[in-house]
Ligand binder design. Structure first.
Ligand SMILES: NC(=O)c1ccc[n+]([C@@H]2O[C@H](COP(=O)([O-])OP(=O)(O)OC[C@H]3O[C@@H](n4cnc5c(N)ncnc54)[C@H](O)[C@@H]3O)[C@@H](O)[C@H]2O)c1
Length: 323
């Protein structure tokens, strides 16, 4: 498949943060149809507002559980997708409140998709795993051979999902490529319950509250701008011969949480105090992706610099609240 123009696409979790940007990119790129399957656990209708406005006829939204094989079979019969992207999940922080649910949702969705691929109802899957499956870095940088040392049940569920899909590749030669994005940020990232550091800090700054850093702030992450992730997974979906591969997606740069918060303070002109809170349990200490494998296939995967991306993200949140 040379590109996704004219293709029929299924996106689980398409009303969420990364998923809605993916839907926008697919429709702007001329995909014939995009079907979103989302429970709206954290997904929002407004995330799909631009897609509906510009390409309404090509977008269908199913309020279904992507882990429900019966519902997904019906969706596939109606949509006949050429490619599926699996983005549905419940946020990492949810696992601290519902560890079993956080694990099971990742596994049940992967199970349903594996069965759809085995039966031929789906032909190709781009599965989004996460860098969280690696746990804290045992070596820097972290390539795809890094051991799976999940520190949360969310990450354990993702690791199990990855292994399940790989077992189906081995047993049934299904077509699956797995990506492990590192920390994404950008417009539309949830800033409410279970929010990550970038939207949480921006919300507090916009409310006039001091930002909060958990622990010493020296814990690091590898940040990638959401549209860079989307461009990479769309490109990957068009490549032949990648089934069974697992690819990291990140910037290859290690950034301390303190630096992210300080950069956002600088962008907004905030010079007040930064609140300190106890370190989070089961928090990954260091992350930096080795993106050599992805870049070997796709070229540079993270062209957006952190400050540039944070400026765009802040501008989006500020506009959303009319600031
Ligand atoms: N955001 C990141 O930094 C990051 C990093 C690495 C990997 N990922 C992965 O990327 C994907 C998208 O992440 P995101 O940040 O956009 O998350 P998100 O929470 O914004 O989106 C996930 C979507 O899945 C939906 N959902 C939850 N359970 C569902 C179910 N059973 N069936 C159908 N839909 C369901 C939610 O309502 C939501 O819209 C996830 O698979 C996540 O693990 C994200």
């Amino acid at each position: 498949m040379s590109d996704l123009s004219g293709a029929r696409i299924l996106v689980t979790g398409g009303a969420g943060f990364i998923g809605s940007h993916l839907v926008d990119a697919l429709l702007a790129g001329g995909s014939e149809s995009v079907a979103v399957v989302d429970t709206f656990f954290l997904g929002r209708e407004e995330n799909l507002g631009a897609a509906r406005e510009r390409h309404g006829d090509a977008l269908t939204v199913y309020r279904e559980d992507a882990g429900d094989l019966g519902a997904m079979t019906a969706v596939c019969q109606a949509e006949r997708p050429d490619v599926a992207f699996n983005l549905a999940t419940k946020a990492l922080l949810y696992s601290f409140f519902h560890p079993v649910g956080a694990f099971q949702v990742n596994v049940s969705i992967a199970t349903a998709l594996a069965e759809l691929l085995r039966s031929g109802a789906l032909r190709r899957l781009v599965h989004l795993s996460t860098s969280e499956v690696y746990g804290s870095a045992r070596q820097i940088s972290m390539n795809e051979e890094h051991p799976l040392l999940a520190e949360t049940s969310y990450a354990a569920g993702k690791a199990a999902a990855d292994l399940l899909l790989m077992s189906y590749v081995n047993m049934y030669a299904i077509d699956v490529v797995t990506v492990r994005p590192f920390n994404n940020y950008g417009p539309r990232q949830n800033d409410g319950a279970f929010a990550a550091i970038v939207p949480l800090t921006i919300r507090r700054l916009l409310e006039g509250s001091p930002p909060v850093v958990e622990g010493d702030g020296l814990q690091t992450r590898d940040f990638i701008y959401v549209q860079d992730t989307v461009a990479a997974i769309v490109a990957l979906a068009t490549l032949d011969g990648v089934s069974g591969q697992t690819l990291n997606l990140g910037s290859g740069r290690e950034t301390a949480i303190n630096e992210v918060v300080e950069t956002l303070c600088d962008i907004t002109g905030y010079a007040g105090e930064i609140e300190r809170a106890p370190a989070r349990v089961a928090d990954v200490r260091r992350h930096r992706a080795d993106v050599g494998r992805a870049e070997g296939l796709l070229g540079p995967v993270a062209p957006t610099g952190l400050r540039d991306g944070l400026e765009r993200t802040y501008a989006w949140h500020a506009a959303a609240v009319g600031a």
